[in-house]
Design a protein around this ligand. Structure first.
Ligand SMILES: Nc1nc2c(c(=O)[nH]1)N(C=O)[C@@H](CNc1ccc(C(=O)N[C@@H](CCC(=O)O)C(=O)O)cc1)CN2
Ligand SMILES: Nc1ncnc2c1ncn2[C@@H]1O[C@H](COP(=O)(O)OP(=O)(O)OP(=O)(O)O)[C@@H](O)[C@H]1O
Length: 195
């Protein structure tokens, strides 16, 4: 008898490749429409005890969700909430966090990530973090570009971790490691997955 062991899972490297291709296939109009759909789900969350939201700034060239929609919505609907944006140091894979002060002060780094050039550092608590990714799985694990920025950042925080993805989950990420931090939920254009 021949026994075939099928794994439904994928490695992060495989998932990254697939997700990058999937993203590349999106038109600008699709990115805009999907981003609006993500915002609709986000807007339905409970913000009653949220004072600080950490928002990644999109790499437009990589067709990431347009998080400026989220920033504009928060500023108009919850003006009391403080918006924090990151600045990544690629030598240490650590991020510094700044109080968002408008688009004027943002510059693109070598990876096309917009980031604050200067401003007020935020070193206090963060209640909610929007997490970028290439893909996530049914357990709430994610794969990003592979430098561990968000794993390092989220490890020391008690914040709500909210993933944003244009695509639904993969069944399972096989090579999850002890540093990988699970999401609390992941928003896709279709629905919100809770873990
Ligand atoms: N908007 C945004 N900011 C973010 C992240 C993200 O995913 N999205 N990151 C999430 O952790 C961190 C940045 N992570 C990155 C890690 C590696 C590369 C990189 O090596 N880029 C190469 C090749 C990428 C590719 O394979 O396509 C390049 O641009 O040449 C870029 C970003 C922190 N800030
Ligand atoms: N808290 C940590 N301390 C030390 N190393 C870490 C930590 N978190 C992650 N790493 C290391 O960083 C590397 C990248 O991790 P991983 O492949 O999970 O990245 P990713 O989650 O896809 O990337 P990102 O978080 O930047 O989107 C791994 O070698 C991992 O061991």
């Amino acid at each position: 008898m021949v026994v075939v062991l099928l794994s439904l899972g994928m490695t992060k490297a495989e998932i990254r490749k697939q997700a990058i291709l999937q993203r590349k296939g999106l038109s600008d109009a699709q990115v805009a429409a999907y981003s609006r759909a993500l915002l609709e789900h986000f807007a339905a969350l409970d913000f009653s005890s949220v004072r600080t939201v950490h928002v990644f700034l999109p790499i437009a060239e990589k067709k990431e969700p347009d998080t400026f929609l989220f920033i504009d919505w928060l500023a108009s609907q919850h003006p009391g909430i403080r918006i924090i944006v990151p600045k990544a140091d690629f030598e240490t894979a650590l991020m510094q966090h700044y109080v968002y002060a408008g688009r004027e002060g943002l510059l693109k780094n070598a990876y096309n990530i917009l980031e604050p050039a200067k401003g007020e550092l935020h070193t206090g608590e963060v209640d909610m973090v929007l997490v970028p990714m290439l893909a996530f799985d049914l357990q709430g694990y994610r794969a990003g570009y592979g430098k561990g920025f968000y794993d390092r950042f989220l490890a020391r925080l008690g914040a709500q971790r909210i993933g944003l993805s244009f695509f639904g989950p993969v069944e399972r990420i096989d090579d999850v490691n002890t540093y990988d931090v699970k999401l609390d939920c992941c928003i896709t254009p279709e629905r919100v997955y809770y873990f």
